[in-house]
Ligand binder design. Structure first.
Ligand code: DGY
Length: 311
């Protein structure tokens, strides 16, 4: 178990329940801690840092994303922040591709169709989907995971467009066969749009009503990044009106999605519970990395994988 080194080295309290601690339980638990290992469900802000007190040296997030942590506030207090980059790249890219394929070929819908007893015959028009081969994939954010998705898309014979704040190194573009375009262009030209950006002020509701209106009516939108990168009300309206063809979401805003969320009523919206990195091997490696960051921070050593504070 990845957390064993922590338990062996420290006087550690491990939250025992599957559901996260309430805010008051979390604040009580961090009181006086020298290190905290957080999940993406734990909000690390001024209030929590105050409560932990001046002895806190490190916050180690068990995730590559760290939008749950006020990294600037940690930096100003001299608290190191760590995350788990790299180990989940391929696993998350596999899953983004699984969502692309599931939505393109309507696999969850087809499985429901069989179980509902609707399979009467082979029919030329039954559950028609979209081809991946020959289609255009737009990757929003060509970081580690975006690049791993591009490598998979290449194998499927897709045309690859990407957008990002600045183009990547030309050698990477050549290796991936990916072409840099501005986001509006990417949205207009892509048959599939896959999101791979961090959540921050510049990417919250990046995919809003205006962005969705640029997309093809057959386009499929896939999100394995963070739920709030998409405006959920705008997405519902676009899926309902046929502005876009379908969506496949590993992440929602809020999480978990509320059971009365109208997105859950739509056959063309596939939603799964934030499991893109959920393989036994990857979650184990994430735990090992999170433990290594935590222990290094407690000892006052540089973290193996630190999050750089904002400039
Ligand atoms: C992350 O690491 O940021 C994922 O969302 C969960 O593995």
């Amino acid at each position: 178990m990845g957390l064993a080194p922590i338990v062996a080295a420290c006087d550690a309290v491990v939250w025992p329940a599957e559901l996260p601690p309430s805010r008051s339980e979390l604040l009580a638990a961090v009181d006086g801690c020298v290190g905290i290992l957080t999940l993406l469900t734990d909000q690390v802000d001024h209030e929590l840092l105050d409560r932990a007190g001046p002895g806190l040296r490190v916050v180690s997030n068990y995730a590559v994303g760290y939008d749950n942590i006020d990294v600037g506030a940690c930096a100003r207090r001299g608290i190191a922040v760590g995350n788990t980059p790299g180990v989940l790249t391929e696993t998350t890219a596999d899953f983004a591709f699984a969502l692309i394929m599931a939505a393109a070929r309507r696999i969850p819908e087809a499985a429901r169709y069989v179980r509902a007893g609707r399979w009467q015959t082979w029919g030329p028009l039954v559950l028609l989907g979209s081809d991946l081969h020959g289609a255009t994939l737009g990757i929003v954010g060509l970081g580690r995971i975006g690049q791993a998705v591009a490598r998979r898309a290449r194998g499927f014979g897709m045309t690859i467009l990407y957008s990002s704040p600045t183009p990547v190194d030309p050698s990477i573009e050549t290796e991936l066969g990916a072409t840099y375009v501005a986001l509006p262009d990417l949205l207009a030209r892509s048959d599939f749009v896959s999101l791979h950006v961090n959540l921050g002020a510049g990417t919250r509701h990046l995919i809003d009503a205006a962005a969705l209106a640029r997309m093809k009516p057959t386009a499929i939108l896939v999100n394995t990044a963070r739920g709030a990168v998409i405006d959920p009300a705008a997405l519902y309206a676009a899926l309902k009106a046929g502005t876009i063809g379908a969506a496949a979401l590993d992440v929602t805003d809020p999480e978990p999605i509320r059971m009365d969320d109208p997105l859950l009523e739509l056959d063309n919206c596939l939603i799964v519970p934030h499991i893109a990195s959920a393989t036994r091997a990857t979650r184990g490696r994430m735990a090992e990395m999170a433990a290594a960051n935590l222990l290094a921070g407690i000892r006052g050593e540089p973290l193996p994988t630190p999050v750089e504070p904002p400039a």
